[in-house]
Design a protein. Structure first.
Length: 258
């Protein structure tokens, strides 16, 4: 047997209660000068000695004591003075080791629970900060998208904010446009998005949409996009049924970088 298989038996060996074949294997390893087993058995003897000195004295019941003494008197060759005390010591040491193991396990569980609580608290604080940041950003965007919002320059002159938009492109799933400051269109009119190819080819219709009361709009054109051959995304005002080609000058053009 290898040392890795024997290491769990060192304490039992030190207490004199190990059985064959493990006991014989440990004896063989020690006789061969095995460094691992020698060190492990030495540590086990030290542990058992410490536990033995800290174990509580166990007073056997009177009935058991009488039976043991009678057995010693009737069979002196089989029951020696040394066997009984060592048996009690081994039992006390084994019980102490079990108690020590349970205590270590309880301490380890308490430590793990405390670490988990600290991690949860840290995550909660991070989540609260992130949510607060998101609320601030949403409030700022909502403010900027209000029709009544005006830009004031250093001269004190109020300037109406022009339409603005952000475009997100995914070659596999489509184009997402988010716009603000888009005027509410009259009856019979609608916004239309276009994909402008490179090389002067005709614009490709990419869907119809309207802005809400705050001038905000969001439009998703699903499907694949040939990003390499697309120069820009544009928005025009068209008849409510849409157009096959732009009929007005684009109010927004967002170029796609190479």
């Amino acid at each position: 047997m290898i040392c890795e298989e024997l290491k769990e038996m060192y304490e039992l060996y030190a207490m004199g209660v190990s059985d064959d074949p493990e006991r014989s294997e440990i004896n063989s390893h020690l006789a061969q000068g095995c460094v691992t087993c020698t060190k492990g058995v030495k540590h086990a003897f030290e542990t058992v000695s410490i536990i033995g000195t800290t174990a509580f004295d166990v007073a056997p019941p009177a009935r058991l004591r009488a039976r043991v003494m009678a057995s010693i008197r009737s069979e002196p060759a089989k029951q020696s003075f040394w066997n009984l005390p060592y048996a009690w010591m081994g039992l006390a040491a084994a019980l102490a080791m079990v108690a020590l193991g349970l205590w270590n396990r309880e301490v380890g569980l308490d430590r793990s629970l405390e670490e988990a609580r600290q991690q949860i608290s840290a995550l909660s604080q991070t989540q609260e900060r992130d949510q607060a940041a998101i609320r601030r950003v949403n409030a700022a965007l909502n403010f900027l998208n209000q029709p009544e919002t005006r830009l004031v320059t250093t001269s004190g002159k109020a300037i109406e904010l022009p339409p603005k938009a952000r475009v997100f492109v995914n070659a596999k799933t489509g184009v997402l446009m988010m716009a603000g400051n888009l005027p509410k269109l009259g009856l019979g009119k609608i916004y239309e998005m276009w994909l402008i190819p490179k090389g002067g080819a005709a614009p490709v219709p990419a869907g119809l949409f309207q802005s809400d009361e705050t001038g905000t709009a969001m439009h998703l054109r699903p499907g694949t996009v040939d990003v390499a051959s697309t120069a820009a995304v544009a928005i025009t005002v068209e008849p409510e049924s849409g157009s096959a080609a732009p009929t007005t000058t684009p109010i927004l053009v967002m170029g796609l970088s190479d």
